[in-house]
Ligand binder design. Sequence first.
Ligand code: NDP
Length: 488
Amino acid sequence: MAKRMTTSAGNPIADNQNSLSAGARGPLLMQDYQLIEKLAHQNRERIPERVVHAKGWGAFGTFTVTHDITQYTRASIFAEVGKQTDMVCRFSTVAGELGAADAERDVRGFALKFYTDEGNWDLVGNNTPVFFVRDPYKFPDFIHTQKRHPRSNLRSPTAMWDFWSLSPESLHQVTILMSDRGIPTTPMHMNGYGSHTYSFWNDKGERFWIKFHFKTQQGHKHLTNAESEQVIGQTRESYQESLYGAIEQGTFPKWTLHVQIMPEEEATKTSYNPFDLTKVWPHGEYPLHEVGVLELNRNAENYFAEIENAAYSPSNVVPGISFSPDKMLQARVFSYADAHRYRLGTHYEALPVNRPKSEVNHYHKDGAMRFFDNFHSNPDAYYEPNTMNGPQEDAAVAEPPLRIDGDADRYNHREGNDDYTQPGNLFRMFDQGQRERLFGNIAAAMDGVPEEIIQRQLVHFYKADPAYGEGVAKAVGVALPKTVTANT
Ligand code: NDP
């Protein structure tokens, strides 16, 4: 027999079809609290969508260690080969709103939350190893160019290329975005990167700088612009369909985790700034070390509760894993947790999907939606320090000091930075077909952009590689500025 339906307060409901009224033709009664509750809930079914990464797809999974890296990190997730840790993943596009089509050209978010024995470790990455800007001061402006124009309420290619052409540090990411990898076929057919430089620290208190790479075991598959138009014409939900469908069928997607490791003292010696989010560490200098396998193997039972409510933040680190001087990372450590407090509420970490599987013992007190009990057995221990046997700090998990050298100032992040070699290296890896598609994708994205802005951007392409600048110039039908070609 079906269960008895109730209100949210548990009162049994006798009639869920007809509201309470004074006769068939008469008005409703205000005392129909069941009707009011139903309408009121509908009005509150939405929470603010994420300002960035609003459209997403996710699933639960397992991380398994395959190689020993305990000499670099004391993180419990990597404690021994064979160890498994539960996790939840959320992929996303950056710019589109919650209802945007999945198969759009955009960077993809690749956010991972590992429920480790010593708290949650979140790696909130992308499907690209770099980003458009290196100084967080520029991030809100950059995102404004990706979102809607305040007057037209339309996306503005002019704003995007105006900003990019005035911010040459974006060239590397723009090249990846406009390349074949700019529209992965599904979230399963792309790599994930931690992107920032993080650090590991070990039992001896030694620190190592780290880059995380999750390489797809499904192989890279992408759509051309024409193919994506066809897909979007048929379905806006191609990623959700493919990811959800694969997991329902038991075809579990997997990624191999690798890390690049840089000894702490080498950070001052590389020709590029290793904490610059617009740069990669060349594999030839810092090879990939295999660590383990990530498998997604369970769909959420309730998408909203478990994927929309999943709150990822780079501030969630665990003993053995920490930050670096990367300026963008430092800002994200603040900004992500702040975004969730606004979007989900003060106690968002206590929601089931965000709640660590390890013990949580803090003294944060009241506030909206304080729905969980005291953590400690003694209710008198509600402040710290106390003599009431409340939880205490543990010096054994103190991380080694982060060595910082320098005077605080507003350093020009452009000075001394080479924005062209690495995008050029990427371009030079492409065969002729890949180059032609790159030129065509850029030309399509520049549709309607004033010539002056296009010319400014062509100079950046040219500086990365003359063939890059010339190829785009031809595809877009705008000549390279004479001064550039004359200078080389
Ligand atoms: P490598 O030849 O050792 O590595 C090239 C890398 O490029 C591989 O990781 C490959 O990924 C990736 N790649 C191939 N096609 C694309 C594409 N369309 N968009 C993005 N990445 C792609 O050379 P280097 O390490 O010296 O790097 C050369 C250039 O490769 C860099 O300037 C950077 O643009 C790009 N790159 C470098 C990465 C790094 O961490 N060093 C990571 C990703 C890109 P895969 O193996 O999965 O096919």
